[in-house]
Design a protein around this ligand. Structure first.
Ligand SMILES: O=C(O)CCC(=O)C(=O)O
Ligand SMILES: [Fe+2]
Length: 731
């Protein structure tokens, strides 16, 4: 009532009240499909598409056979520019209730939008047959189409965007659903509630992201779009985890502009008269069906048939042995792979063509000459904001194994103070942080704890503390060192190895001796993913150019559909001098973006991707697992194997770009914090390296935290790939 009756007060308040009442109703009776349906209607009229979909979906789960729900789902799909899904939903609706004039009318509008007037007319006529539903606009529309069609040649079905109404009723929905569904439960019989960002919004988001300066209005619109994008991605991930139907063809269809609003639908629904028995007979006659039972059972019976096909497909059919080729269309491939995956085996190696398992590459040949073993690190000093947003900067980063972009924070006016230890403590003092206890030593050395030999194994013991406790440690370590400096200047003698009396996270001491070495504590992997806890910090990072941003349409990791902590979310590192990030390649070989917050510097070492096999072998020789272990390369071993090493200092405000596959290790020179995350530029190289590592991780029993297969499907759905090589690889 509050949703629909104007006299009950101001619209917004009424709507909010209606939502509250419905939520109460659902709490009181969680099995009520109707309350969930009404809640969905409220959300839809409030423009909360995402919430509306979820409510409708839950409603369908409780009460599947509800024509109203399917009709409303169709409306949402139509608004989301997913005409094929909208069609399926409307067909579900009119199959459940053939006198559902609203669904027939919507279907007519949908067909009209897709330039299929004959089908539209049939639907309008069906709507008009329902007693009491013939509004003047409906009869006008019918007359208009009849006149038009009488004078115009009929449209060939070859060029139709949607299947004609007869086909839609009979075959595609049931069979398409049945042959492509993942599970056998009831959910598999329904169209998938697939949320997609409308293409124009995706495009606008991309355009806005690439602007160097935005008006406050544009900024807030961009934020809205990005928020929506993430929500949709998350929702689509949740959908994927349920046994429901894949979306199929909707993305390949051109946009349609929905013309039916929720309120139009509302009035149609309100004026609707249920159950016109004669209508079913008319439809049977019109569509040439044989019996009433066919109408009702078609979906389910053909589903059984399709399932049977699946079961007889044979246990060992292998996609790779089927004649699938890159030249085929999606439909041809679907035809060939029908039934595979259910009982058949799909070769799980997703690497290209030859299916050989990946292996660490042998050393590049011929080896580089000695004078190339210490290459200069590609670096650029930015002078202004325009340079930061120039495509040239992105190109520069993408062509180097590692690059340092100096002065980025300065030209973007990034407020690095938001990531200072003080701000972190103010924002979330009790937030957990991982601690690594390590031996403090010069950056180009790595001794065993007794300082007998230089080794590859890097001592790094894990524990946990809170931000505020680590902050105390970091601050007192700094003050102690300052005092020592002052005392030194004053000629006061200090025992250089004496313990400090300040507090340490776990032991109550700042530093202590472990054998001959002082130990340091590295506060690592502080998770900044929570948008509420770290709102200002995360907002600040929106100032970055799109290619380096945490979330952007051009970042593969933004298409995964869920958070991967530290990869498509921000992590922060809190350091004192000597803290080490041991050698590694990024997860699944993605690129890494790292900004030094200061006040101190960091020292970086980097080795280009093609040498990772050499480093892998050196780790093995030193009895360390390359993926699972902690190692700090001995430089002379690398040089002895002709491995060039980039080495450079990252100052506060500098961004380091670690390209796909680059092996790197980092040591703090001073007291500083760093922020970092991963990005996946849409390049063939990045995609290939991610795939290779995905496969190699399997062999090494190392978990790939990027679901590369799932991500590939999302990429295929979400983006238009202009790079031919990347397109082919994804395909
Ligand atoms: O700042 C650090 O120590 C982390 C460096 C790193 O491995 C990265 O940003 O990828
Ligand atoms: Fe890294």
């Amino acid at each position: 009532m509050h949703q629909t009756v104007d006299s009950l007060g101001e619209k917004h308040q009424r709507q909010e009240y209606a939502v509250r009442c419905l939520k109460d109703a659902i709490n009181a009776d969680s099995g009520s499909g109707q309350s969930l349906y009404f809640l969905g209607r409220c959300y839809a009229s409030l423009g909360k598409v995402h919430d509306a979909f979820i409510s409708y979906r839950n409603s369908v789960d409780k009460t599947e056979a509800n024509a109203d729900t399917w009709c409303s789902i169709g409306v949402l799909y139509q608004q989301q520019s997913q005409p094929m899904d909208a069609l399926q939903a409307y067909i579900c609706s009119v199959q459940l209730d053939k006198s559902h004039s609203a669904a027939w009318t919507n279907l007519g509008i949908l067909y009209e939008n897709c330039s299929q007037p004959q089908d539209a007319l049939k639907c309008y006529l069906n709507a008009a047959r329902v007693k009491g539903s013939l509004s003047s606009s409906l009869s006008e529309r019918i007359k208009f189409l009849q006149t038009q069609l009488a004078s115009a040649p009929s449209v060939s079905s070859q060029t139709s965007k949607l299947p004609c109404i007869e086909d839609a009723w009979n075959i595609p929905i049931s069979q398409e659903m049945a042959s492509r569904h993942k599970g056998e439960d009831d959910a598999a019989k329904r169209p998938r509630l697939d949320l997609q960002m409308p293409p124009h919004e995706l495009h606008t988001m991309q355009v806005l992201q690439n602007q160097s300066s935005l008006t406050p209005q544009d900024q807030s619109y961009l934020k809205q779009l990005q928020h929506k994008f993430i929500q949709i991605q998350n929702q689509s991930k949740r959908e994927d985890q349920q046994p429901c139907l894949p979306n199929g063809t909707s993305n390949s269809l051109p946009d349609t502009k929905p013309t039916l609003s929720e309120s139009d639908l509302e009035s149609l629904l309100n004026s609707r008269h249920m159950s016109a028995a004669s209508l079913a007979e008319d439809i049977i006659a019109e569509f040439g069906l044989t019996s009433n039972r066919d109408l009702f059972d078609n979906r389910h019976s053909s589903q059984v048939t399709a399932n049977n096909n699946v079961n007889t497909a044979g246990p060992e059919r292998n996609v790779k042995s089927s004649p699938v080729s890159m030249e085929m269309t999606a439909n041809e491939i679907l035809e060939i792979v029908k039934g595979i995956g259910k009982t058949g085996r799909i070769d799980s190696n997703i690497l290209h063509d030859d299916c050989r398992p990946p292996e660490p590459p042998s050393a590049p040949y011929p080896p580089v000459s000695e004078d190339k073993l210490l290459p200069a690190t590609p670096s650029v000093l930015l002078e202004n904001k325009k340079e930061a947003f120039s495509p040239a900067l992105q190109e520069f980063c993408l062509k180097s194994p590692i690059a340092v972009v100096r002065g980025l924070a300065n030209v973007l006016r990034l407020d690095l103070g938001l990531f200072s230890t003080k701000s972190l403590v103010e924002a979330n003092p009790e937030h957990l942080i991982e601690v690594r206890t390590q031996l403090k030593q010069p950056s180009d050395e790595n001794w065993d704890p007794e300082k007998r030999n230089q080794v590859w194994r890097c001592e790094s013991h894990r524990s946990h503390t809170t931000v505020s406790r680590y902050a105390q440690y970091q601050a007192s370590s700094f003050q102690d060192s300052l005092r020592e400096e002052q005392d030194k200047a004053l000629g006061i003698n200090h025992q250089s190895d004496s313990d400090s009396n300040s507090s340490v996270p776990s032991k109550g001491k700042k530093t202590k001796k472990s054998g001959v070495f002082e130990t340091v504590k590295f506060g690592t992997n502080l998770d900044l993913s929570d948008e509420k806890k770290w709102k200002t910090q995360l907002q600040e990072l929106m100032k970055l150019p799109a290619f380096a941003r945490v979330v952007s349409a051009g970042n593969m990791l933004s298409h995964v559909g869920h958070m991967i902590l530290g990869m498509n979310t921000v992590q922060l590192y809190m350091k004192v001098p000597g803290c080490r990030t041991p050698g590694h390649q990024e997860n699944n070989n993605y690129c890494s973006v790292n900004i030094n917050i200061g006040p101190g510097d960091c020292e970086w070492f980097g080795v280009s991707d093609e040498y990772w096999g050499v480093i892998y072998n050196l780790c093995s020789k030193n009895n360390i697992n390359y993926l699972h272990g902690s190692w700090w390369p001995i430089l002379k071993d690398l040089y002895a194997h002709s491995v060039p090493v980039y080495r450079f200092i990252q100052r506060p405000g500098d961004m380091v770009w670690v390209n796909a596959g680059t092996v790197h290790w980092v040591q703090a020179v001073g007291w500083c914090n760093n922020i970092a995350w991963n990005v996946g530029p849409l390049t063939a190289r990045q995609y290939q390296l991610a795939l290779e590592r995905y496969e190699w991780n399997k062999l090494e029993k190392f978990k790939s935290i990027v679901p590369v297969l799932h991500m590939s499907w999302n990429l295929a759905r979400n983006i238009k790939v202009s790079d031919q090589e990347l397109f082919t690889k994804i395909k």
